[in-house]
Design a protein around this ligand. Sequence first.
Ligand code: ZN
Length: 380
Amino acid sequence: MTAIINAVLVMKDHYIPDAVLLMEDGKIVDFGPAKKLPVPAGCEVIDAEGLYVGPGLIDIHTHADGDTYFHEDPIKCSETVLKHGVTSVLPALFYSMNKEEHLEAIKKYKDAIAAGKCKNIFGVYMEGPYLNPDFGCDKEKNVWKDAIVEKDYAEIVEAAKGFAKVWCVAPEREGILDFVKYVKKEIPEIVFSVAHSEATPEQIEALMPYGLKLGTHHTNATGTLENYPEVRGVCVDETVNYNNDIYAEIICDSKGVHVHPYMIRLIKKIKGQDKIILIADSFVADGPPIPGLEDAFDINFDWGGDIAGSKLTLDIACHNMMIHTGGSVCDVFRYASTNPAKMLSLTDRGDIAKGKRADLVFVDHQFDVKRVILGGEQIN
Ligand SMILES: [Zn+2]
């Protein structure tokens, strides 16, 4: 058995200061204030030195580790994000990949896991293929613009069975309902997400009975608000905000470029503590920074003078979220661990509780990661 002592345990909505946590066989056995929970004799002891100890971070949506795509080198990427406290991760496949590339990437992850590697990868996030090419998904090169037909997607769905956890769709695509029904039949536990879309509230809500309960990178790559001239319409953002059952992903970069800090605070007010999910959505690009954003270390730029996703890891997103919203360490553990676990119905992780996986992250008051434990095993 291993005992963590001198910890400030981060619970869902409070702290337990001066705490002890006991773990064995990869699981949390017990925890509580040191006064009430003596360390059993013969335990290996880890001194947390007063740091916060919270549940391992769960990044449901990211493509890269800052300079490499997961599908290019899953082992390197999985190790990089693990050092940043991400004990569960869903690499995201995306709209720029053709059928063969989808199949290849899924096989690569499954092979790595079967070989005992990439212990934090627990599935994939399908960011496509049926999105709206007009909204941030490779309009010119997108190979998924044609009609949605079973012969194009059946093999991907087959390969993704039991492995894909989230499937993004643009609800306005013609034929999307048949696709959604097909995926739901093959992968009953799948969560659908609205992404890269200009769907109306009605089009989005029509998919909720099939398991749509997520808004991908909320307020990014979402559609037009034109209604009548000078009258604001409603679109994806309003639908995600309006429906209590829909979780909102947020890319929280240091400069508030993906989502303006004021907008983040508004979303927090509307969605409440339980429906915000922080994601990294890290991409690979090496263009020069846009003037004015030279010191934006967690944003990528392409060579056309545009923003090209983030360079975030989830710990940095948590730090940024604390700055932009005045939130606490406790709040951001909720957005980056408890809520994603709940959204995906993962009952074995996402908070500190007896019997849950001993996936733990030690952070200071700035959310700087000092130590990571994955399944009871010390990583760094
Ligand atoms: Zn993405």
